[in-house]
Design a binder for this molecule. Structure first.
Ligand code: MN
Ligand code: MN
Length: 508
């Protein structure tokens, strides 16, 4: 059955263009002719075999608790080193090199052979890794796509000011945050400052135990009468989210702006930068705390940036461990997902097409043409590796329990995203969902079907839609997370390991 689908899909775009425009009758005919699961070979032994049931990963005999915990240790370690997109890519390059991956852009036009491992970095914030398959790239690729940016508090381009004897950075939040969660917590400053002569200064303050941290203050409850009466989305204003930097004055008391000047003096001493250099900077405030085990049983990890490192890390591990795959395997780590996948480091860019074009050119026997790329894309399949909103029993009514993501039920498969009537959704084809379901079942990996939340309760999207637009079969497959987009997101160690096993099976 699966082979038929494969053949049909591979042949569809070129051999028989008429067929794609007559999907409806074809599908109906196929549906009637296809034997149903329990009427074909094996007769039904037990009526309960007909019911869709999910498995708790901790109950699964295929999932060893020690392996689950060991994988989580590696993940926590990585999380602590990679809190920003730039840091994630930097760590990924180091791991890839160790595993024998070579920078595609330093190889010239040397042909690639099955089993070769290559990578490309885009602007230090996006990365593509590939293990060349036994079949040439134009036969289609298997892509794991995740994003490595997370919601955070960015520093404005002209940020420094003083008020009432204190110095502050003005900020502009990045991604969908609930602002009240980001006040009165320790924040670390990560990023780069590009100086007037073009040199790049890396900044990382607040991660070492002995480092100072920064914070955005909140009002004491005693004087919060007016604040309490405001709506949640009005009580915390973006322009009031200013980060506290210091309170020692510079020079004598006649000096003007001496609290601001003291910060500039320290920045100059430590980094050799002047105020104008901050204009060409990307400085991000992120929670200063480390990833921690959560619960008496240590079954969960609480950390900043699970979205989407909890999928990006397993995807990265899966590609790093891939050897001689049938189809060319790709891991696509993108930036800017949290603000709509925009720009030349986001999934809306041409980076994936360019990369696959190069793989086609470097694996084809004949002359490269654009057609090879187009065909490769239409024959490719991708798991959009992104987090899922786990049902939170503290907030009843946000999910349809029959179609919700849950902690510990393993991989969360989400057929479609979007809002209201699936508006703006990426909606995977049933055939591809069937294929993915079969893959996980065959590999005995627990999974469950999910929606982002109850109908009309909100919505969202992932990079799935951008890649689906290229002709690739895409479906969202990831880890359910509690407190998503908060400074301290929660994920189950069992789910993280299940997702890792699922990604491995997909690219194998
Ligand atoms: Mn995400
Ligand atoms: Mn997100």
């Amino acid at each position: 059955m699966m082979e038929n689908v494969e053949k049909r899909r591979r042949g569809r775009p070129r051999k028989n263009p008429v067929e794609s425009s007559s999907v409806q009758p074809t599908a109906t005919k196929r549906g009637r002719g296809r034997p149903r699961k329990n009427t074909s070979s094996a007769p039904v032994k037990n009526i309960s075999d007909l019911i869709y049931e999910t498995t708790n990963v901790w109950d699964s005999t295929n999932f060893d608790k020690e392996k689950i915990f060991a994988f989580s240790e590696g993940y926590k370690d990585f999380l602590n080193k990679a809190k920003t997109e730039r840091e994630f890519i930097k760590e990924s390059i180091a791991l890839a090199k160790k595993k024998g991956f070579v920078n595609l852009d330093e190889m010239g036009d040397r042909k690639l052979n099955p089993g070769d491992k290559v990578y490309r970095v885009v602007k230090g914030k996006m990365m593509l890794l590939s293990v060349i398959g036994k079949k040439p790239a134009q036969e289609g690729t298997r892509i794991l796509g995740a994003h490595v940016d997370s919601p955070r508090i960015d520093i404005k381009q002209n940020p420094l000011y003083e008020s009432t004897g204190m110095a502050f950075f003005k900020t502009h939040y990045y991604g969908g945050i609930k602002k009240y969660q980001w006040v009165a917590i320790p924040l670390a400053l990560h990023g780069v400052v590009v100086k007037a002569d073009g040199t790049v200064v890396e900044v990382n303050i607040g991660e070492n135990e002995n480092d100072p941290v920064f914070t955005i203050t909140d009002l004491l409850p005693h004087l919060a009468k007016d604040q309490y009466e405001k709506k949640l989305n009005e009580a915390f204003q973006g322009e009031h989210m200013n980060a506290l930097l210091g309170a020692i004055p510079y020079g004598n008391k006649d000096e003007k702006d001496r609290f601001k000047k003291n910060i500039l003096s320290l920045l100059h001493d430590n980094y050799g930068i002047v105020e104008e250099d901050l204009i060409s900077s990307e400085l991000e405030l992120v929670p200063a705390f480390k990833a921690r085990d959560v619960g008496f049983d240590r079954s969960m990890i609480g950390a900043y940036g699970h979205d989407d490192r909890v999928c990006a890390y397993p995807a990265l591990m899966a590609i790093l461990e891939t050897e001689n795959p049938e189809y060319t395997a790709i891991c696509y780590l993108t930036d800017k997902e949290e603000i709509g996948s925009v720009g030349n480091t986001g999934a809306e860019s041409r980076a994936l097409e360019n990369f696959i074009a190069d793989l086609c050119a470097l694996t084809t026997e004949g002359q490269y043409s654009d057609r090879l790329l187009r065909v490769a894309l239409e024959r490719s399949k991708m798991l959009s590796a992104d987090v899922n909103a786990a049902l939170d029993p503290n907030y009843e009514g946000t999910h349809d329990k029959m179609n919700a993501g849950y902690l510990n039920k393993g991989i969360a498969i989400m057929k479609f995203s979007g809002t209201r009537g699936k508006s703006g959704a990426s909606d995977a084809n049933a055939e591809f969902l069937g294929e993915v379901r079969k893959l996980f079942n065959d590999n005995k990996i627990p999974w469950h079907i999910t929606e982002l939340g109850a109908v009309d309760k909100g919505g969202g999207g992932t990079i799935a839609m951008m890649i689906a637009n290229l002709g690739v079969d895409v479906i969202d497959v990831g880890v359910p997370v509690l407190s998503m987009h908060s400074p301290f997101e929660i994920a189950s160690k069992a789910d993280i390991y299940a997702v890792y096993k699922g990604y491995c099976a997909f690219v194998k």
